[in-house]
Design a protein around this ligand. Structure first.
Ligand code: ADP
Length: 220
């Protein structure tokens, strides 16, 4: 049986990570969050981590080829029912590379591309209020999506809730937003042609959005 692949598109802090976590819980899919994977490499101090640290801190994109190699390795996991791509593709070239890979790989099929739409002014505030768990990468918002117990990660219980370095630098945030906006139209029209896009109003609350996503995945 083929494994489904779901893509989440959206500005930084639009809710991709939050919704991915809900699908992981509901559908047994594995989330491949390329930003988390890169930050993990930086934390480990690996060769890859050293190569990408400054790029991430500046809010720039690592090369399409490098990120695609990382993605492919993660898509080889057989212990899951499907995959959620959170943070990939970020360029048209990445979307094309993924399509070619899926066309050549009988075991995987792109099921849906969810585009969580939000205005950049809103995400700017959200990014400034975002904290994430140093241990498992779960993200929270100090005003709109708090942890159940203050200072404790809901998912893994860690008390190390931190600001990401690239969330503290205003220029890096603006850069990430600008890069997103200069690439998103091409990516969306690429997937529109394949009738895979499902757009979501990112202003709706977390439960409403996940309800819409689960409905779309169940074919309602
Ligand atoms: P964001 O909050 O901006 O969505 P992510 O955690 O998804 O952050 O990504 C953090 C950083 O990792 C990006 O700013 C970029 O430097 C790098 N990155 C993640 N995914 C990709 C990708 N698909 N292509 C290139 N760079 C990526």
């Amino acid at each position: 049986m083929k494994k489904n692949v779901i893509v989440f598109l959206g500005l930084p802090a639009s809710g991709k990570g939050t919704q991915s976590a809900l699908i992981v819980d509901n559908f047994g899919y594995k989330s491949i969050a390329t930003g988390n994977i890169l930050r993990e490499e930086v934390k480990k101090g690996s060769e890859l981590g050293k190569k990408v640290a400054a790029i991430i801190d500046g809010g720039n994109l690592v090369s399409d080829e490098l990120i695609f190699e990382i993605l492919k390795k993660n898509l080889e996991d057989t212990n899951c029912k499907g995959f959620i791509l959170d943070g990939f593709p970020r360029t048209l070239k990445q979307a094309e590379m993924l399509s070619k890979y899926l066309d050549e790989n009988d075991g995987l099929e792109l099921q849906k591309v969810f585009y969580i739409k939000l205005k950049s002014e809103i995400v700017f505030d959200r990014i400034c209020n975002r904290i994430s768990c140093k241990n498992c990468g779960a993200t929270y918002n100090t005003s709109s999506n708090k942890t159940k117990v203050e200072g404790v990660c809901d998912k893994c219980g860690s008390t190390e809730l931190i600001d990401r370095k690239d969330d503290l630098d205003t220029d890096a945030i603006k850069n990430r937003i600008n890069i997103f906006e200069s690439n998103i139209k091409d990516i969306v029209s690429f997937y529109e042609k394949k009738s895979l896009i499902f757009s979501i109003d990112g202003l709706k609350n977390i439960d409403t959005i996940s309800h819409e996503i689960i409905g779309a995945l169940n074919g309602n």
